[in-house]
Design a protein around this ligand. Structure first.
Ligand code: HAM
Length: 400
């Protein structure tokens, strides 16, 4: 038997209707925040991700589905959504046009990681990217949007924030950090030795306990921010507090993608195991320029839909629509007609076989219908339908 590839899942009912309803809700919230739908190809030139996510990142260095196509172009399946949207933004000359452009997107991303609970090789993201707005209020705006989406589904998370500085304060900090890391090299793991050469700030979020103990005395970026970055980060915290958003400042939150400047954030859940990041994002003011566009400030986020689904499954009742059934041979025609009418407004399953009430209720329950509607001899005589709400456990009649 041929099976799906490791870390790549099928999506069948009822998951796919939950998936669709998540996309619909998140899209509606994004639209309210002024974002419009955009989509970019799943396959892009490999250099797009090398130059944006970064050559030294694990995503580009180890996890890409990369190959040469029949025209010998070096291409790869997108490991994330931001780079493609930025490329589309530049290619369509929106950078030259100026003004504010806000996009949301969703779709499959591919990373050749070691599959485990919450970590797939093909997974889906819902993301937003906002271009042209320098103000830290926009950082707060996207964080508030993530909060609204999570709140809609009653998902509890912890928000972690950090500032990664800018081209003024990051380079001297990096130098400082590297000196510290070189002095303490013997206390650090092999991965960190490599990172000192390739991307030293990624040493800060090493999961190794010994490394973390060593890093307690490392210079802190938050103590080395330039005036502008410092005041933006303070203001972000004031805005979040005034909107009742709880957060933790995490000095070691550096994110796994190289394009971030200033604000970086992650929403973490402690209900889904080790792969606990539900959403992540931040500001990337240099990326448009790095990909040959006109310098444009930008900020965005992406959330992992499969990780969210795990939590939504726990929280949201999945019952939906009607089940219609006949208790008597004479009622079949009426059940069919009333079921068809109900379909104008609701999802509706019509059962053609006559069954007793208990069997109809069981069948309605099996297909996760919210309502079980039945018509028998009595209902036919009185022109009404008997309905049970299987979620609220209440019963009532509807006339016809
Ligand atoms: P990211 O943190 O790499 O950021 O991914 C965002 C989210 O995608 C994660 O928080 C997680 O929920 C989900 N995710 C990542 N990898 C996997 C996986 N292997 N399996 C399942 N879920 C996964 C980005 O991708 C950035 N493009 C976010 C962004 C947008 N920053 C600015 N704009």
């Amino acid at each position: 038997m041929i099976r799906s590839l490791r870390g790549m899942n099928d999506m069948l009912p009822p998951e796919n209707s939950r998936f669709a309803s998540f996309i619909e809700t998140a899209s509606n919230i994004a639209k309210k925040y002024g974002f419009e739908f955009a989509s970019a190809p799943l396959l892009e030139e490999t250099s797009l991700f090398k130059r944006s996510v970064g050559d030294s990142s694990d995503i580009v260095g180890k996890e890409m589905y990369r190959f040469n196509d029949k025209g010998d172009n070096d291409v790869c399946l997108r490991p994330e959504g931001t780079a493609g949207i930025v490329r589309a933004f530049i290619q369509n000359k929106l950078d030259k046009k100026g003004g504010i452009h806000r996009f949301f997107y969703h779709g499959a991303m591919f990373r050749y990681e070691r599959p485990q609970k919450g970590r797939l090789r093909q997974f889906h993201q819902f993301g937003c990217e906002s271009f042209g707005e320098q103000s830290v209020y926009e950082d707060a705006n996207v964080i508030l949007m993530v909060r609204d989406i999570l709140e809609y589904f009653d998902i509890k998370t912890t928000l972690k924030i950090n500032s990664l500085g800018c081209s003024e304060c990051m380079p001297p900090y990096k130098k400082n950090l590297v000196s510290f890391l070189e002095i303490n090299k013997n206390e650090l793991c092999q991965d960190c030795h490599r990172r000192i050469e390739t991307n030293p700030i990624r040493v800060l979020d090493c999961k190794n306990e010994k490394c973390q103990n060593t890093l307690t005395d490392a210079p802190k970026l938050l103590n080395n921010l330039c005036k502008v970055c410092q005041s933006d980060f303070e203001q972000l915290q004031i805005i979040l507090k005034s909107h009742n958003i709880n957060f933790e400042v995490d000095n070691h939150l550096v994110r796994g993608l190289d394009y971030y400047t200033k604000t970086a954030f992650e929403f973490i859940s402690n209900e889904i195991g080790a792969q606990s990041a539900i959403a992540g994002g931040g500001r990337y003011d240099k990326l448009v320029e790095m990909l040959d566009g006109k310098p444009t400030p930008a900020v965005g986020f992406a959330m992992g839909i499969e990780r969210l689904q795990e939590l939504i499954q726990k929280n949201v009742p999945t019952r939906e629509g009607y089940y219609f059934g006949a208790l008597d041979e004479n009622a079949i025609e009426t059940v069919f007609t009333k079921g068809i009418q109900k379909r104008k407004t609701h999802k509706c399953h019509i059962e053609y076989k006559v069954k007793n009430l208990k069997k109809h209720l069981n069948s309605a329950d099996k297909i996760n219908a919210r309502y079980c509607a039945v018509i028998g001899e009595n209902e036919l005589n009185e022109n009404k339908i008997w309905i049970k709400d299987l979620q609220e456990k209440t019963e009532f009649y509807e006339s016809f």
